[in-house]
Design a protein around this ligand. Structure first.
Ligand SMILES: [Zn+2]
Length: 289
């Protein structure tokens, strides 16, 4: 098998995985997900967790962060419920780390965030600002960031453009400006104890993302959502040098799958010590595993 030698021990941690089931692909994804799938040739056929775990095991991946999704106010689609994320995490507790999602436009988002950690024992939060239709730097969300900082768990923010709604009239009303990482810089500056992961090389704002990751000790990024061959050269350069302690592995499963991703990553021929950092060492620290 063509995976890198550092993966002989299955320690890699995928920082970005979605459910391969209809809860995510059909219910939460709705028409905007169909647009993306039509455009990029992805397959929206639901799959099982058993098959998912088998794919990960074959690829040499030991764990994955399973993300919640609640963009109900902005999209009208139902959420992937936090209780469901916790249930799946419980069933495969040695594999999944569960991250909840709260809709910042809902009145009870702060209470739901507390419930996710205190009652459901979820390990962090995922925000998708474009689908959720909000600006994280807007002072109206201050109480939410303060609460999550106090809860002591990390957050994942979406970074860059989104393929959701691709090529549909008006992009289904989604606004990509909310994916600009500069909006996260404000949150990071005001909440130094909040650990933040900007998901994906944040096309077309990779330079901004690299600048924030350099300047803010509490901000990290992952390589999910892009096959390694297509990741911006400067991102790959920084991942091996200045930001080698800040960049983590992620796929965006089931849109991208671990084995082909890791095969392309191995082709980049990064130093083995750097591969270990990207594939699991930084993630273990970030998630406090
Ligand atoms: Zn994703």
């Amino acid at each position: 098998m063509g995976t890198p030698t550092v993966l002989d021990e299955p320690r890699a941690i995928d920082m970005h995985a979605h459910q391969p089931t209809s809860e995510f692909l059909h219910d939460a994804g709705g028409q905007m997900m169909k647009d993306a799938a039509d455009r990029f040739g992805a397959d929206l056929e639901p799959d099982t967790y058993e098959h998912m775990l088998e794919e990960y095991r074959d690829a040499g991946v030991g764990r994955a962060v399973l993300l919640g999704w609640d963009a109900e106010t902005n999209t009208g689609n139902p959420p992937v419920p936090n209780d469901y994320v916790a249930e799946v995490r419980d069933e495969y507790a040695d594999f999944f780390v569960g991250f909840g999602s709260v809709d910042p436009l809902k009145d009870d988002c702060v209470e739901e965030a507390v419930r996710c950690v205190d009652d459901l024992d979820l390990s962090g939060f995922k925000f998708q600002q474009i689908a959720q239709g909000f600006d994280p730097s807007d002072p109206e969300h201050e109480e939410l960031w303060e609460t999550i900082e106090d809860l002591g768990v990390p957050v994942v923010f979406h970074g860059g453009n989104s393929t959701l709604g691709a090529c549909s009239p008006g992009g289904r009303g989604l606004k990509i400006k909310y994916g600009n990482p500069m909006l996260i810089d404000d949150v990071a500056a005001e909440h130094p104890d909040l650990k933040i992961l900007i998901a994906h090389p944040a096309y077309p704002w990779e330079k901004e993302q690299l600048a924030i990751c350099q300047q803010k000790g509490n901000v990290y990024m992952d390589l999910s959502g892009w096959m390694p061959r297509y990741i911006d050269d400067q991102v790959l350069q920084y991942a091996q040098t200045l930001l080698s302690d800040k960049v983590m592995f992620g796929t965006d499963y089931p849109m991208l799958e671990p084995e082909p991703w890791l095969e392309q990553f191995a082709e980049l021929d990064f130093d083995e010590s750097i591969q270990r950092k990207i594939l699991w060492e930084t993630a273990e620290e970030f998630l406090e595993l």
